[in-house]
Design a protein around this ligand. Structure first.
Ligand SMILES: NC(=O)N[C@@H](CC(=O)O)C(=O)O
Ligand SMILES: [Zn+2]
Ligand SMILES: [Zn+2]
Length: 431
């Protein structure tokens, strides 16, 4: 018989303290004490803690198959659990690329075997991410992995005809195309945000228009064919404006912002420390402010981590040679607290919407992103917003160490994560 958990005095979505009973994989009681004397009960004193629905990441790089030196499904989902996630979408830019039913089923199965977090593989839009020929989207949708999110992330589907066809194709199974918006010709050799600073530092610039031009085009295409578009890692104020306008028109467009784009700016490139090299690049303080405002007013639907592990030999080198990307799973909730909750831009119900309910809806995941109510699956995270911690990369559950928050003091700590009533994290440590 599985253990029943009685979580006492917990503030569900930041509300008034109550008790929560997790039994047989579901939320069995809320407020009352419906535990029977015969069962094995663990009581958790959750005074001061907040309960949120298990977080759902729509954008995670797990690196398996192919780059198990950077991350595996097991290590990546351990990091996810430590960050309060109960479901992650695993991006398709693996080796081999997740562009067939076989590969997505392999990733899905590895996730189930590891057992830390449900893994929903993202299918590639084009064969080998080459941007030339559509991958077998239907076969991936029909596979055991039931793929609904398709993306060439890491690369942009820049060909307008291919993008149009992909948007049309996924309508048959209610899929969505998640676009990595980067006009390739405008970003050849790009190293950091294009601006005064890129000139001064002598690094090739990555202009905002390279992102915004693709987002504008794709919003128009999605509206034209009546399909769903999701925009990955929105990073500029202009992009927020374009998405806001598309939503005003009633188009089926959703967008994500990454924690690092909510807190870090392009000025960090002046350190020439490749820990700050990411795609799209860190932008200006004005962009950061626009992203926070867009996330607060719902223009940006969700926070997604873009957790991008890289081994030290791909990061500890000169800026121009280093890989793009940074870790995100274990620090996402703390960064959202620091940038959105503590400044009063978002309450905890708003965080639940943007980090659990909405990503589950966009990914068409049925068992996650559910309200904390009796009868719902017991996917729950307990979080201590009053805690403070200094980020130590060597303590990460990820195989990689490329966190940009090294040495920073961040607010909040994930105390426990429950996946279908079973703890994956307890007392802040993996179970
Ligand atoms: N974000 C990044 O800088 N890198 C990602 C690819 C991507 O998300 O575009 C990666 O796979 O490393
Ligand atoms: Zn990307
Ligand atoms: Zn990515």
């Amino acid at each position: 018989m599985s253990t029943t958990y009685l979580i006492k005095n917990v503030r569900v979505l930041g509300g008034e303290p109550t008790d929560l009973l997790l039994r047989d994989g579901v939320i069995a009681d809320l407020g009352g004490r419906a535990a029977s004397a015969s069962e094995r009960i663990e009581t958790i004193d959750a005074t001061g803690l907040i309960a949120l629905p298990g977080l759902v990441d729509l954008h995670t790089h797990l690196r398996e198959p192919g780059r198990e030196d950077a991350e595996t499904v097991e290590t990546g989902t351990r990091a996810a659990a430590m960050g309060g996630f109960t479901a992650v979408h695993a991006m398709a830019n693996t080796e081999p690329v997740a562009d067939t039913a076989g590969v997505v089923e392999q990733v899905w199965r590895l996730g189930r075997e590891a057992g830390f977090c449900d893994v929903y593989p993202v299918g590639a839009v084009t064969v080998g991410l080459q941007g030339e020929k559509l991958a077998e989207l239907g076969a991936m949708a029909d596979s055991a992995a039931r793929v609904r999110v398709f993306s060439d992330d890491g690369k942009c589907v820049s060909d307008a005809v291919l993008m149009r066809r992909a948007l049309e194709y996924v309508k048959a199974f209610d899929g969505v195309i998640a676009q990595h918006a980067q006009e390739p010709r405008l970003t050849e050799g790009a190293q950091m945000n294009e601006g005064e600073l890129s000139g001064k530092l002598g690094l090739t610039g990555w202009p905002a228009v390279a992102e915004e031009a693709i987002i504008a085009r794709d919003c128009l295409l999605a509206a034209h064919v009546g399909s769903r578009l999701h925009v990955c890692h929105v990073s500029t104020a202009g992009s927020v404006e374009i998405v806001r306008d598309a939503k005003r028109k009633g188009w089926d467009v959703t967008a994500e912002a990454c924690p690092h784009h909510l807190i870090l700016t392009d000025e960090l490139a002046a350190t020439y420390d490749p820990i700050y090299k990411v795609n799209p690049p860190l932008r200006t303080a004005a962009d950061v402010e626009a992203l926070r405002a867009g996330l607060a007013d719902g223009t940006i639907d969700i926070v997604a981590t873009d957790h991008a592990p890289h081994p030290h030999e791909d990061k500890d080198c000169e800026w121009a040679a280093a890989a793009f990307g940074m870790l995100g799973l274990e620090t996402a909730l703390s960064i959202v607290q620091a940038t959105m909750v503590d400044p009063g831009l978002l309450d905890w119900a708003g965080v639940a919407e943007r980090m659990s309910f909405a990503p589950a809806r966009i990914g068409r995941v049925a068992d996650h992103g559910r309200p904390i109510e009796v009868g719902e699956p017991a996917n729950v995270v307990l979080y201590d917003p009053a805690a403070r911690r200094t980020v130590d990369p060597t303590e990460s559950a990820s195989l990689s160490r490329n966190t940009p928050y090294r040495g920073m003091e961040l607010p909040g700590r994930v105390v426990a994560t429950f996946l279908r009533g079973r703890p994956t994290v307890l007392d802040g440590a993996l179970v």
